[in-house]
Design a binder for this molecule. Structure first.
Ligand code: PHE
Length: 341
């Protein structure tokens, strides 16, 4: 077969092979077969040495012409296949914008976090700053400096977790009063939210760990009416304008006079029910004027300065606000419960 015929044959075969091709890989294989360095056209060109001087340019031209044509055809086919691939891909990835959306579920803030944030915001608005202290405390800050000397019966008022003879898990955030007074001179206006620990039996209203918010204000001329006004604001902000509240005389070693604050029962509004033990009232916090002994131990001149302090149970406040009847719900992380807030 002379080279001219071989070129014809190559052309025909290439044309036939091209019609079967559907993807880019096959097309590339075909290109290599016909146009590659060791391809069939090159093979023809290599044999031109055998040709006569007149034949050589003719065949050379024909071979180059075929090469160019094939090259163009393959390029066109390539564009065509690429276009097809793109269309297919778009078809596959098409999004039906009319389908209902998959909304990601929003998280919820824990009821205690909500109450805590609300209380913090309220006090920050009143010019207070937030103070902190450690949960592992020494007994000086937890008792001694709060006017509860060793062997004082008041140490038994709260069942404390001792770590050793000196260290304990703080049983009240009042420790932060002491820490603050050790660091700052009056005027002092702080609240201190945090965890406290008492070795209580677990039941619907007791957990060995719970939360308090301590408050401490010390300045010249602070009186019981300042305490009353502050507490009134808190009660109104958390429980609403209509809620009744009262101060009831009480005893804390570190305040004198001391009081407990009750709000009218959130279930019966004062008529008497099981929640309020038929009294119509619910206790929400302890408070009082800072005892002169406490000021003196903290190095504050009680002839110039006076102050008030309060401590409220956040868990209890959250329970009363949201109508939660078992404190354990706050710590079990049951999603069905938490999702309601
Ligand atoms: N620390 C007291 C308690 O835990 C509450 C309290 C704080 C009372 C500050 C008076 C003043 O019961």
């Amino acid at each position: 077969m002379d080279l001219k015929e071989r070129l014809k044959k190559i052309e025909l075969e290439a044309a036939r092979a091209l019609t079967d091709i559907t993807d880019l890989e096959q097309l590339e294989a075909l290109r290599v077969e016909f146009l590659g360095k060791k391809g069939r056209i090159t093979e023809v060109l290599r044999q031109m040495g055998k040709l006569s001087a007149e034949e050589r340019p003719q065949i050379g031209q024909a071979a180059n012409f075929l090469k160019e044509r094939l090259h163009n055809i393959i390029e066109n086919k390539k564009t065509e296949i690429e276009q097809e691939v793109r269309v297919r891909k778009m078809e596959e990835e098409r999004i039906d914008v009319t389908l209902p959306g998959n909304k990601p579920r929003l998280g919820h803030r824990h009821p205690l976090t909500r109450i805590s944030d609300q209380v913090k915001e309220l006090f920050i608005g009143l010019g207070f700053t937030i103070a902190e202290g450690p949960e592992i405390e020494n007994e000086y800050n937890n008792f001694e400096a709060l006017n509860v000397p060793e062997h004082h019966p008041a140490r038994d008022l709260q069942d404390t977790f001792y770590l050793d003879y000196n260290y304990l898990l703080r049983s009240q955030t009042s420790t932060v009063q002491i820490r603050t007074m050790a660091q700052k001179k009056p005027p002092i206006r702080i609240i201190a939210p945090g965890r406290v620990y008492r070795s209580d039996e677990l039941d619907a209203s007791h957990t060995p760990m719970f939360h308090q918010v301590e408050g401490l204000v010390i300045d010249r001329g602070i009186s019981f009416s300042d305490l009353k006004g502050t507490i009134e604001l808190v009660v109104r902000a958390i429980y609403g304008q209509e809620r009744l509240f009262r101060f009831r005389p009480s005893y804390f070693p570190f305040t004198e006079p001391s009081a407990e604050v009750d709000i009218s029962c959130i279930v019966c509004a004062g008529k008497g029910c099981r929640l309020c033990s038929e009294s119509g009232w619910l206790e929400i916090l302890g408070a009082g004027m800072v005892h002169p002994n406490v000021l003196e131990m903290a190095g504050i001149d009680f002839k110039q300065y006076s102050g008030f302090a309060f401590g409220m149970g956040l868990d209890r406040i959250a329970m009363l606000k949201y109508g939660i009847n078992d404190i354990r719900l706050l710590f079990e992380n049951d999603q069905r419960f938490l999702r309601q807030f």
